[in-house]
Design a protein around this ligand. Structure first.
Ligand SMILES: C[S@@+](CC[C@H](N)C(=O)[O-])C[C@H]1O[C@@H](n2cnc3c(N)ncnc32)[C@H](O)[C@@H]1O
Length: 299
């Protein structure tokens, strides 16, 4: 097995649950929460999309937007196959930079996963696909704004969508109304989309893309800080079974922070999208987000 040092520019950083993540110098951000990379995959993506309940069936389709180290796909496969070992899973994973997935199949990162899942992560990183009797997985490399078009054209319908780009300020391209409209077209009628983001601009973009939204509440074991109010967001066509937003979260959606990012041609640079957003915020007559923060005691 290759070791991490010799494989790439990516060096593992330990998170609080003992699992590893990477730090992106380009985006100036970690790939996962410092609270725990693996914990994040299970809590904010697998559990939030109800995969434990859905694994009863014989077939499941997943869309992993921003595959990165593959943790969300890996956590989903471990969960589904622990419940129904013969469930056939189809995965489409979108990713710009394959070097991340390649570095993630080195020790000690890969050892976190059960051996069958390790084989899947290896095949996806090396061959960009994994075809077995119970898995059809493809890694589509390139800008997700373009690669998603293939899935829209094929009428791909995912039971669960993991939406995991870097944060909206760092990677606004993948949080725009227009991109999320494409993603929404790939969501099955009873499917669920989950993201770690609780930003008002992301939530309003999901709504404008035609989805209902719910919150991922902070768990009882989650450290309570006054600047945190949720672990993320879940979206679906039907609000039934979603955890409703609190009054504080609903009011957040009335503020300036809820103006979504726009990218009409799905080709603009991050700077162009941020500048358009800033211009729109400057002329809007919504409540300021700082007064919302003061009202709810948020630092
Ligand atoms: C927060 S990380 C994803 C972490 C991943 N889900 C995991 O569990 O390891 C964001 C990922 O988005 C990828 N990315 C950045 N811009 C992208 C784009 N325009 N299209 C597709 N992927 C992109 C980065 O290379 C990075 O791997």
């Amino acid at each position: 097995m290759q070791d991490v040092e010799s494989s790439s520019i990516w060096s593992p950083c330990l998170t609080q649950d003992g699992s590893f993540t990477f730090f992106s110098k380009e985006f100036e951000e970690s790939f996962h929460s410092h609270g725990g990379a693996i914990q994040e995959a299970f809590q904010k993506f697998v559990r939030a999309t109800n995969l434990e309940q859905k694994a009863d069936g014989d077939r499941l389709c997943l869309l992993d937007v921003c595959y990165g180290l593959g943790y969300n796909t890996a956590a989903a496969l471990e969960t589904i196959w622990s419940i129904h070992p013969d469930c056939h899973v189809t995965v489409y994973a979108l990713e710009l930079d394959v070097s991340v997935a390649r570095a993630a199949i080195a020790a000690p990162l890969l050892e976190t996963w059960a051996p069958p899942v390790q084989q899947v992560l290896r095949a996806i990183a090396q061959d960009h696909q994994c075809l077995t009797s119970r898995l059809t997985a493809f890694l589509l490399l390139g800008d997700a704004r373009q690669t998603i078009q293939t899935l829209v054209t094929q009428s791909f319908q995912a039971d669960a969508v993991f939406l995991d780009p870097f944060s909206p300020r760092r990677c606004p391209q993948l949080w725009t109304v227009e991109f999320l409209q494409q993603v929404t077209q790939c969501l099955a009628p009873r499917g669920r989309l989950a993201t770690y983001s609780r930003s008002a601009c992301v939530r309003s973009a999901l709504q404008q893309a035609g989805l209902q939204i719910g919150t991922i509440p902070l768990g009882a074991d989650h450290p309570q800080h006054s600047h945190q109010w949720a672990q993320g967001t879940v979206a679906a066509f039907d609000s039934q079974e979603l955890t409703p937003l609190t009054l504080m979260e609903q009011e957040h959606l009335q503020t300036r922070a809820a103006i979504p990012y726009r990218d009409p041609t799905l080709q603009d640079s991050a700077d162009q999208i941020l500048a358009r957003h800033q211009a729109e915020q400057n002329v809007c007559d919504r409540t300021s987000t700082s007064s919302w923060r003061r009202r709810w005691g948020i630092r």
